[in-house]
Design a protein around this ligand. Structure first.
Ligand SMILES: Nc1ncnc2c1ncn2[C@@H]1O[C@H](COP(=O)(O)OP(=O)(O)OP(=O)(O)O)[C@@H](O)[C@H]1O
Ligand SMILES: [Mg+2]
Length: 465
């Protein structure tokens, strides 16, 4: 069979070149040439306007209502946390991309799941990064090796991987990693945009054809983005990121995209010598024991899960021309905005103070419902006050200093009550209705940030410094 020709295509102007150029000869843009395989045919031409005298072409579409109901038969991965992030289990024929920092535990997670799934399904583990012996050593460390039908292929050539997948027709295949595979028809190096795109597309076609669920490991760039073309994220059904603090043992698995479940769903694991263990009561990970000045507790929602999390702030007189603002786990722009609101509406001279903010346990909190907690931690540190134990703060801050209602308040309050919190400061008019009566939690409703902080910390928040 003749080899399909590869050409370099400019991603800016679409110009084609036979060789790689750092700069596109047509439009002059830098680093825009990506290697691509030419289609086998010239592509079919669109038909001319049909002749009304001719018989109409056969229909290929189907009425939606007439389609059979086929319930999704999800495969259980052997870990409740992993299943939850996938939306209840792995969907046959789906493509899941798992990305994460080097050494975070991607291979561990997938080998462990592969091993568990091999008890009820046929599973092929393709290791393109490590030798068969290395994978076997890890497998022996991680799981009950007993009687298992887990198949292993240590191979980097895409063609051979595809052949094996076709021959074996497994229910699940794991590719560790997509960046290490290479298509011999392309001249560019493994891991380049063209290689990743072609390899992923070929695997996807095969997976859909023979309903093999594919889990691909993906590398991330220095900035934390998934490496390779953006089209990879569009191509797959789910994108999961595996994160965690390099210095701590817990790991977070998050669904960034999921066609078969909720996004932002979160799974929690702890890295142990025998592999990843599930975390039973996750909120405990994010709560610190000591009540110190500058600590506030919020309830963050990650998908369908709510987590009670401590925030810690340190506010100090600055010795720099412009004060330092450092935030870990919360966007710095969000912190700037909250500091500006506090300065304007509570008259705190924060522009002369450095401000450091950290979320406990390495969690990333993106939602604005954490605003009130951030404000309380900052003000408590600034005034040297300690928030009373058993209080959670929930609310978004408007630029005018008002407190805005947040989503999923009921879920958040239930989690706080479950963990034994007694008071919750919430935005007024959250439409709680009879909810408060059902929960063992005192609700303190506030309209503005000042009112909320007085409720939480007392009148001392307004003392002049
Ligand atoms: N013998 C061991 N005992 C305990 N933990 C180990 C042991 N060997 C490895 N680990 C843990 O496993 C982690 C490495 O996991 P793994 O190789 O799955 O990561 P990865 O994300 O696949 O890395 P890479 O990007 O290099 O492929 C290490 O960070 C370490 O915490
Ligand atoms: Mg690995």
């Amino acid at each position: 069979m003749p080899k399909p020709a590869a050409v370099f295509v400019c991603q800016s102007c679409g110009a084609k070149a036979r060789q790689f150029f750092g700069r596109c000869p047509e439009c002059g843009s830098w680093n825009s040439l990506v290697e691509q395989l030419q289609p086998a045919t010239d592509g079919r031409r669109r038909r001319e306007t049909p002749d009304p005298a001719q018989a109409p072409a056969a229909r290929r579409s189907t009425a939606m209502a007439s389609l059979d109901d086929q319930p999704l038969q999800r495969l259980q991965t052997g870990s409740e946390e992993f299943d939850r992030v996938l939306g209840g289990g792995l969907v046959p024929g789906s493509l899941v991309l798992v990305g994460g920092d080097p050494g975070i535990g991607k291979s561990t997670l997938l080998l462990q799941s592969a091993s568990a799934m091999a008890h009820h399904s046929s599973v092929l583990y393709v290791s393109a990064e490590e030798s068969a012996q290395q994978v076997k050593l890890r497998w022996q460390r991680l799981s009950e090796t007993g009687e298992s039908d887990l198949q292993l292929l240590a191979e980097t050539d895409l063609e051979l991987v595809l052949e094996e997948l076709e021959a074996l027709r497994p229910d699940v295949a794991i590719i560790d990693s997509i960046q290490a595979l290479h298509d011999a028809n392309l001249t560019s190096a493994p891991g380049s945009v063209g290689q990743v795109r072609e390899c992923a597309a070929a695997l996807q076609r095969l997976a859909k054809r023979q309903t093999t669920a594919l889990m691909l490991v993906g590398h991330v760039t220095k900035e934390g983005m998934l490496a390779g073309p953006k089209v990879l994220e569009h191509l797959v059904d789910a994108v999961l990121t595996f994160e965690g603090d390099r210095f701590a043992s817990h790991r977070l698995l998050r669904a960034v995209k999921n066609r078969f479940g909720a996004t932002h769903e979160l799974g929690l694991f702890e890295m142990q010598a025998q592999g990843l263990a599930e975390v039973g009561n996750p909120s405990e990970l994010f709560l610190s024991d000591a009540r110190a000045s500058g600590v506030a507790t919020i309830v963050a929602c990650e998908g369908t899960r709510s987590l009670v999390v401590d925030l810690q702030a340190l506010v100090n007189v600055t010795s720099y021309a412009s004060p330092r603002r450092t935030a870990t786990g919360i966007g710095t722009n969000r912190l700037h905005q909250i500091l500006a609101v506090l300065e304007k509406h509570m008259g705190l001279p924060l522009s002369r103070f450095d401000c450091y903010l950290a979320v406990a346990g390495g969690l990333e909190v993106e939602e604005p419902a954490a605003d009130l907690g951030v404000a309380a931690a900052v003000v408590a540190s600034f005034r040297d006050l300690t928030l009373p134990a058993g209080t959670v703060l929930i609310g978004e801050l408007g630029l005018g200093g008002q407190l805005r209602p947040v989503g999923q308040l009921e879920l958040r309050l239930q989690e706080a009550a479950r963990l034994g919190f007694q008071r919750a400061v919430v935005p007024r008019g959250s439409g709680l209705g009879g909810l408060a009566a059902g929960l063992d939690l005192a609700l303190l409703e506030a309209e503005s940030v000042t009112e909320a902080l007085v409720l939480a910390l007392g009148d001392a928040v307004n003392d002049q410094k």
